[in-house]
Design a protein around this ligand. Structure first.
Ligand code: G3H
Length: 487
């Protein structure tokens, strides 16, 4: 049971109501979620207490943390990451049990986060070195550096409860901001082993950790208008709802990673072996529960039949099992309502003329639904319009490249695309077009966020601000300078 929470440097023990946390993994033949533990069901009083603590620690820019010497701030972060490294086994186990992520992917999430923190420290040192230089233009000297923004409310997603949450939290902290952080609904217990590390590494009020429902704790904080940055990775509905609570919502700094519907575009000369490998990984890693997942496939009509046949066969050959089992690729879904939602998408598509192209597609067992390859998908289908964030793959075919390009231009999203083909004279102008529709073009490879040094962002409703080791430090800070004249 998780009864502790962190406010104002104090690890407090919760005595109020709690909410049970279920594991996605069933211990019975007939699916029945396992109760893993429970978390505090916090509300407005704790939320406002955390806000007060974060504001006091920031002290209108005069607090201990924003004014601390860079070297000391780095030491705090190094202390934290050093303690975190000792928690690997415990956190990896919780990742598997809480969100059903496979053992190799859970280990990767942990290791990637540690690397992210060390890289952020190095980038921060570099930023500091650069800011020590003076500039001179037209007789005016300037000493330009990057300063913090204030109080950051930070909310992470369930699919990367450690890595993506920390991709917001760590740069926000190291830049001198103070923070209030609420873990996602799934993947919440794994924050517990880190509470003491947070408490002992940073001055009081720099990191405040709340538990409970987003609406109950995040909304009252936003309503005060005292949050300077809303940092959220998740869906735009939650982001919009929280932003609207802020009395000066149009002045609020937003650091958001939101939905995407990344397409794969497969040209007639694509290497099919490689394309199928990449499309399997792109569509179904972690059951498609990634904002970067390939969520729609456009295949040229000349190779459509062969691609669909081979890709569908590969989908049915994937191994389903518990996250720790050898070779497992498909694992139980953490959200109890997900199979029913995916079924709705399949039903809607089939009703409107699509077929399930793989034998196992749509089969249900435990809290799972086997990935269905749907073809031909049309634009009036929900599976085309919605971000499925789960195991179902819509396939469309095209004869003219303008068809997928037009769809991308009309889409509400603009994160990434995967382009498969060989002829450089075809690819080259296409790449030039695609980079103006999305923010990353993956050539003959599936979409992904990493390596984390590369910019991670999106156009339209997919993102606001840019994350990455390099960019996040900039997203959570502002350029300030002291100027003086040559007189
Ligand atoms: O959910 C969105 C994540 O940013 C995806 O990250 O591409 O490393 O799996 P990934």
């Amino acid at each position: 049971e998780q009864k502790q929470y962190l406010i104002d440097g104090e690890l407090k023990t919760w005595t109020g109501n709690t909410t049970e946390v279920y594991s996605t993994i069933s211990s019975t033949e007939t699916y029945k979620p396992t109760v893993l533990g429970s978390i505090p069901d916090m509300g407005e009083p704790e939320a406002l207490e955390a806000l007060d603590a974060a504001m006091a620690a920031y002290g209108r820019g005069q607090g201990v943390w924003p004014t601390m010497h860079v070297k000391d701030r780095i030491e705090c972060m190094e202390n934290f990451v050093g303690q975190m490294e000792t928690k690997r086994d415990e956190i990896v186990k919780l990742l598997m049990w809480e969100i059903g992520k496979s053992l190799p992917d859970s280990q990767k999430e942990f290791d990637r986060t540690i690397e992210y923190i060390y890289d952020t420290i190095e980038e921060y040192k570099e930023l500091d070195r650069n800011s020590a230089k003076f500039q001179k233009h037209d007789g005016v000297y300037a000493h330009i550096k990057r300063g913090p923004l204030g109080v950051v409310l930070c909310l992470g997603p369930y699919n990367y409860p450690l890595n993506e949450t920390f991709a917001l939290l760590i740069p926000a902290i190291i830049m001198g901001n103070t923070t209030i952080f609420k873990p996602a609904k799934h993947g919440v217990l794994l924050i517990t082993p880190l509470l003491e590390a947070f408490q002992s590494s940073f001055p009081k009020g720099v990191v405040n950790i709340l538990f409970g429902r987003g609406r109950a704790v995040a909304a009252p904080i936003m309503q005060t208008g005292k949050v300077d940055v809303l940092a959220l990775i998740g869906n735009s509905k939650s982001a919009n709802a929280l932003q609207e609570q802020h009395p000066k919502s149009n002045r609020l700094r937003l650091v958001l990673g939101l939905e995407a519907k990344n397409p794969a575009i497969i040209l007639p000369d694509a290497d099919l072996d490689l394309t199928i490998d990449e499309c399997i990984a792109g569509t179904l890693s972690f059951n498609g529960q990634r904002c970067t997942a390939l969520k729609v496939i456009y295949v040229h009509e000349d190779i459509r039949d062969e691609f669909i046949k081979r890709y569908s066969k590969r989908v049915d050959e994937l191994k389903f099992g518990n996250p720790w089992e050898e070779g497992v690729k498909l694992t139980p879904l953490p959200e109890p309502g997900k199979p029913a939602y995916i079924q709705e998408l399949i039903d809607d598509a089939v009703e409107k003329g699509a077929k399930i192209m793989n034998q196992k597609g749509g089969q249900k067992f435990d809290n799972y639904i086997w990935p269905a390859v749907l073809y031909p998908v049309t634009k009036d289908m929900r599976v085309y319009q919605e971000e499925q964030f789960g195991p179902v793959i819509p396939v469309l075919s095209f004869s003219d490249i303008e068809e997928p390009l037009n769809d991308m231009a009309e889409s509400n999203y603009g994160q990434q695309v995967s382009l498969f083909g060989k002829d450089v004279y075809t690819l080259s102008p296409l790449i030039d077009t695609l980079v103006n529709l999305v923010c990353r073009v993956n050539l003959n490879s599936s979409c992904q966020r990493g390596p984390d040094v590369y910019p991670f962002t999106g156009r339209k409703d997919s993102a606001q601000a840019t994350l990455s080791v390099h960019d996040a430090l900039r997203s959570f800070s502002i350029r300030t300078f002291v100027a003086f004249k040559d007189n």
